[in-house]
Design a protein around this ligand. Structure first.
Ligand SMILES: [Fe+2]
Length: 435
């Protein structure tokens, strides 16, 4: 195994790692089995979460036919907000609490799946909204028990939310994303039908695909699980436990496929091999970061998507300004990887090579530059904005972005080297533009 020295087992550090993944059904036609799978889980009256764009697709009609064909009693909630907020989460929770559902199906991108996880959580174990939200922003209280069954059906190739116990949203009062993380929220089934990608706008394919790339790069370069102190109790071992041999395996294959398929998938919407390959890579990346964790690029992305005020990307609803999650991650990523590379240069070099960079004659000390430069080239040929200035930020915004990102300790603590608020200040300056 490359980088085997990355895992140094010591008496003080954690010597165990866990593998927690949803049971996956993958392949063209998978959505036709969603009703049967739900019935096998004992579901009868089911809440079906989606958004308006997805609800108008022919495959959504197929999914509903499969649900009704399995004798289930579905009620559709199609008011999910793209890039959800605490407000839109609360509305979805109210919907779930007002009925007596015995299971949930989410059909959509990360916004839909995350909203469904929150609705399941708070309607099953009611609590004050901030109780389960990650500390230090929320109380970070543990979920007290099992949730109702949830079948997650991703329609984009990027988020990986079908295989994670994480739900992310914009907390409006602080204009920044945060999340809820618990193994209890891991969906019981991931029904992954790559045919959803056949109709994705290219801009959505690009933003979500780069999210998948950064999930895999961040999980590969996260601090090793063995560097964390051993938990006092098995129940408190975090899901973001750090890089580990299992997540490494998923990261490597995900990055290899992203390197082969992302540019093709964005630039040719008839290239089904590439688009379906990206769907598989995104699911693998989800499994990887769901067990390993993300770090700096995601921490930097949250204030960017939370504070965007004048950006309306093609292919997304125009209800208001948004910076799609994957885009907010990747516009920060080159600056972030130049910085983190000194923490584990071999792994940054490996990531670049897996994505297709020419790593011959590149030494480990140049790995951050190689990876950042390769990502910049991929961003340019897929129409991604040029850094955070490309989505409406300027130097005057940098101090407040850095201050907000510094609160993302769950993520920052997973970076392979320490990150201070002053570092974040320099990093956002570096991320303003790249070419
Ligand atoms: Fe992400």
């Amino acid at each position: 195994m490359a980088c085997c020295h990355y895992y140094q087992l010591t008496p003080e550090g954690d010597q165990l790692f866990s593998v927690d993944v949803s049971k996956v059904r993958f392949g063209p036609g998978a959505i036709d089995e969603v009703g049967q799978e739900a019935r096998l889980l004992g579901i009868k009256r089911v809440a079906v979460f989606t958004d308006r764009r997805v609800s108008e697709l022919p495959l959504f009609s197929d999914a509903m036919a499969a649900i009704r064909g399995a004798d289930l009693d579905p009620v559709v909630y199609d008011a999910v907000r793209v890039e959800p907020t605490d407000l839109s989460f609360r509305e979805a929770i109210q919907f779930a609490a007002d009925d007596h559902f015995d299971g949930f199906i989410s059909i959509g991108g990360g916004s839909v799946m995350d909203t469904c996880k929150a609705a399941n959580l708070y309607s099953t174990h009611p609590a004050d909204f901030m109780d389960y939200v990650n500390a230090p922003i929320g109380q970070g209280l543990p979920v007290p028990g099992k949730l109702k069954p949830h079948l997650a059906c991703p329609t984009t190739a990027g988020t990986g939310s079908e295989c994670t116990g994480i739900a992310v949203f914009d907390l409006l009062e602080i204009e920044c994303k945060t999340g809820i993380a618990s193994r209890s929220m891991l969906p019981d089934r991931a029904i992954v039908d790559p045919r959803w990608t056949d109709t994705l706008p290219s801009s959505v394919m690009a933003a979500t695909g780069f999210d998948a790339i950064s999930h895999a790069l961040e999980a590969l370069t996260a601090k090793p699980f063995s560097s964390r102190p051993a938990p006092v109790d098995a129940s408190v071992r975090p899901m973001s436990q750090g890089a580990n041999p299992w997540s490494d395996m998923a990261c490597r294959e995900a990055l290899r496929q992203c390197g082969e398929y992302l540019v093709r998938a964005v630039n040719d919407d008839s290239d089904h091999e590439a688009r379906h390959g990206m769907m598989y890579a995104a699911t693998l990346s989800g499994m990887a970061f769901g067990n390993g964790g993300c770090h700096l690029p995601h921490a930097m992305s949250y204030p960017v998507s939370g504070r965007v005020s004048d950006f309306f990307p093609e292919g997304y609803p125009h209800d208001g300004p948004i910076c799609p999650h994957g885009m907010s991650v990747i516009v920060n990523a080159p600056a972030a990887y130049r910085f983190t590379a000194t923490g584990c240069p071999d792994r940054h070099l490996e990531g670049a090579r897996l994505l297709g960079a020419d790593a011959q004659e590149v030494v480990a000390s140049e790995s951050g530059e190689l990876l950042a430069h390769h990502l910049q080239k991929m961003m340019q040929v897929t129409g991604i904005p040029n850094g955070i200035s490309g989505v409406g930020f300027s130097q005057e915004h940098v101090p407040s972005l850095a201050q907000a990102a510094a609160t993302q300790q769950r993520l920052l603590s997973m970076a392979p080297r320490p990150v201070s608020e002053q570092d974040l200040h320099s990093l956002y300056n570096d991320a303003l533009s790249y070419w």
